[in-house]
Design a protein around this ligand. Structure first.
Ligand SMILES: Nc1ncnc2c1ncn2[C@@H]1O[C@H](COP(=O)(O)OP(=O)(O)O)[C@@H](O)[C@H]1O
Ligand SMILES: [Mg+2]
Length: 219
């Protein structure tokens, strides 16, 4: 068997659909409080109020799954995801620069003047789009986000203070120094591990035939 290494990919650093990539999907287990917090923010967004939320927790704890659950059935004009991508590098452009191309593609009539994909233009396009209606921007895997986009996060958050723009930043725990500083004014939602009963329920939902064995008991 040949084993190939992925050195790069042309995958754009944005997409319209949210959620974990290429993994099993199961009905949401637990997370009622966190879901309520996100739902409240989305309700406020629909009423015209934005803001910034940080969804922080270990890898695999369920950050991406939770934001999907929160947006189910929500009627927001535009939902966009940008972020550090999982494998290889996406385009060599910053994610926020890709965002202006994304908005041009989604709503071509609204962004006629934008020709160059730069972070500045990304912010301009975002401001214009949010002025046209509520917009949810999910920044996935922010711990792996490119430097230029991380540096522009304060500007993004400033826009979210007065526009119907909700920025939800998903990042691993612990936050890096720069992210931590940037997100200090954001509402933070920390995801803890699921209680073992819930973890078992989740495993049973994914693999109904699995025989669950306890390997150790915490004392
Ligand atoms: N509360 C939950 N209910 C159901 N599935 C979950 C839950 N939390 C995590 N998962 C599943 O576990 C996997 C990892 O979750 P994910 O959201 O990708 O984690 P993260 O984004 O924090 O790295 C996914 O397949 C996801 O659907
Ligand atoms: Mg994730």
């Amino acid at each position: 068997m040949d084993i190939l290494e992925l050195l790069g990919s042309r995958e754009a650093r944005w997409r319209r659909t949210l959620g974990p990539r290429g993994v099993l999907d199961a009905p949401l287990v637990d997370r009622r409080d966190e879901l309520a917090q996100l739902s409240d923010a989305l309700t406020a967004l629909a009423a015209g109020r934005g803001g910034t939320l940080a969804l922080v927790g270990d890898a695999g704890i369920g950050k991406s799954r939770l934001i999907v659950a929160a947006t189910e059935g929500v009627n927001v004009t535009t939902i966009l995801e940008i972020g550090g991508s999982a494998f290889g590098l996406a385009t060599d452009r910053p994610a926020l620069a890709d965002l202006c191309m994304a908005l041009r593609e989604i709503d071509p009539g609204r962004h006629p003047g934008i020709s160059e994909a730069t972070v500045e233009n990304g912010l301009i396009a975002l401001e214009r789009q949010a002025n046209a209606g509520p917009l949810l921007l999910v920044v996935e895997d922010a711990d792996r986000l490119d430097e230029a986009s991380v540096a522009a996060l304060p500007k993004l958050m400033a826009l979210a203070q007065w526009l119907p723009l909700l920025v939800v930043v998903l990042a691993r725990d612990p936050l890096s120094g720069e992210l931590e500083q940037t997100l200090v004014s954001a509402t933070q939602i920390r995801l803890r591990p699921l209680p073992s009963e819930s973890a078992r329920a989740l495993i049973a939902a994914i693999a109904p035939d699995a025989k669950l064995v306890s390997f150790y008991v915490l004392t």
